[in-house]
Design a binder for this molecule. Structure first.
Ligand code: CTP
Length: 393
């Protein structure tokens, strides 16, 4: 991944501790991370923590005499690719909305012209106060991005909206604002992910081990390259990607409805979901009671979403399917390419360590009518970028 210069502004709220993880994640991903703290933020987390995590001097004082003769806040503002303020208190939001520049953080924020993300974190009543809401609206109207606060228990003892989202969510939002070569701009892409659930009765369902990680990585990667992405997902434990339309579905039938109603308009569809091929033939409205002896369950076929899209595919639309196999990987995958009229099948094996269900890496081979391309074992994020590059560029 290309290294970017990310400025992380930390203002004085208890959620400042969560920004340590954000800085650490950004740094581990290879970015040049600079932390700017307000005086109030230093009451919550020491600058040394951020300095150690970012590997860069933490800037707190607008007027410090350091070794560099350059005007530090302007130099930082100029080289920033993304500026995120997390946590953003009501006070910092009010200053940003009114162009106040009375410390290092607010001065650099005012000077920066890169994409800016504001992550409010405060007491519910402070957040809901019309003054704060009006200030957020002003920032939005000026093109800044505001990350929605989470709801839950707040450090002040209240429960409600105002919690800072987890570092993973803020990290994803920062990634979505990084300037990439947006070669998928203007394209609509539908991605499926995760397992489906085929209900037997109000208590039980048939499903599989899919974690959804590969599909979510594809949705994020396509979004970062500029596409407008709809992620149709079964139930997973993953954070919904920001700036992606997320449609959560239950069964193969629901997934088919969600995908087929969008496919006509889409430039490409990528089917990474593990869709159940069979569902219980009859749904029981009441819980099925145990009886003596064994039970045989009649199953009915579900709709094959990829195959249906293959039948409806128009000139210019690209269709990418997956094949997860335990034997004869390439032979089975090639049969799916033909049978489902896909343009590509991404084949992954279940028999190799570090590939397949649940893990963060994968090893796939992309099959097309022209041949095969083995990507080797990579992170799922990197695999996603290479799949898009190979199939859609
Ligand atoms: N797929 C689908 N709808 C289904 C079943 C599968 O859209 N009802 C898609 C999957 O999302 C994947 C591809 O078809 O992109 C292949 O799925 P897979 O389960 O490997 O293959 P199947 O067609 O189900 O064949 P088999 O189970 O015999 O391997």
């Amino acid at each position: 991944m290309e290294s970017k210069c990310i400025l992380v502004g930390v203002s004085g709220g208890i959620a400042a501790y969560k920004s340590c993880e954000l800085v650490s994640r950004l740094k581990k991903a290879g970015h040049d991370v600079h932390v700017l703290m307000t005086a109030a933020a230093e009451k919550f987390v020491g600058p040394l923590t951020f300095q150690t995590l970012s590997g860069n001097r933490v800037v707190t004082d607008l007027f410090s005499l350091d070794e560099s003769p350059e005007v530090h806040h302007i130099a930082l503002a100029k080289k920033a690719d993304v500026f995120v303020i997390a946590p953003a208190t009501a006070n910092i939001i009010a200053k940003a909305a009114n162009g106040i520049a009375d410390d290092m953080l607010t001065s650099t924020f005012l000077a920066a012209t890169c994409p800016k993300l504001v992550v409010p974190a405060m007491n519910t009543h402070m957040l809901e106060n019309p003054a704060t809401q009006a200030n957020l609206e002003t920032l939005r109207a000026r093109g800044m991005h505001i990350l929605e606060s989470a709801s839950g228990y707040l450090a002040c003892g209240d429960t409600g909206k105002g919690r800072m989202p987890e570092a993973s969510v803020i990290y994803d939002a920062v990634c979505s604002l990084m300037e990439h070569d947006r070669w998928l701009a203007g394209k609509k892409i539908v991605v499926t992910a995760g397992p489906t659930r085929e209900s037997l009765d109000p208590v039980r369902f048939l499903t599989n081990h899919s974690s959804g990680k590969m599909g979510y990585a594809l949705a994020r990667a396509a979004r970062d390259l500029g596409a407008s992405v709809t992620l149709v997902t079964g139930h997973t434990n993953l954070e919904p990607p920001v700036n992606v339309e997320v449609v959560t579905v239950e069964s193969a039938g629901d997934m088919a409805d969600a995908v087929l109603s969008r496919f006509g308009d889409a430039d490409a569809a990528i089917m990474a979901a593990a869709v159940a091929d069979y569902k219980p033939a009859d749904y029981s409205n009441q819980k099925i009671k145990k009886k003596d002896g064994d039970l045989a369950l009649p199953l009915a076929r579900t709709v094959d979403i990829l195959k249906t899209c293959g039948e409806r595919k128009k000139e210019g639309q690209k269709l990418i399917g997956f094949a997860m196999e335990t034997q004869d990987l390439l032979k089975n995958a090639r049969a799916k390419l033909e049978k489902k009229n896909a343009d590509f099948i991404v084949a992954n094996t279940l028999t190799e360590a570090g590939a397949g269900f649940g893990v963060d890496t994968n090893h796939v081979t992309i099959l097309s009518r022209d041949g095969e391309h083995d990507l080797g074992q990579l992170s799922k994020d990197e695999t996603a970028r290479r799949i898009l590059e190979f199939c859609l560029r």
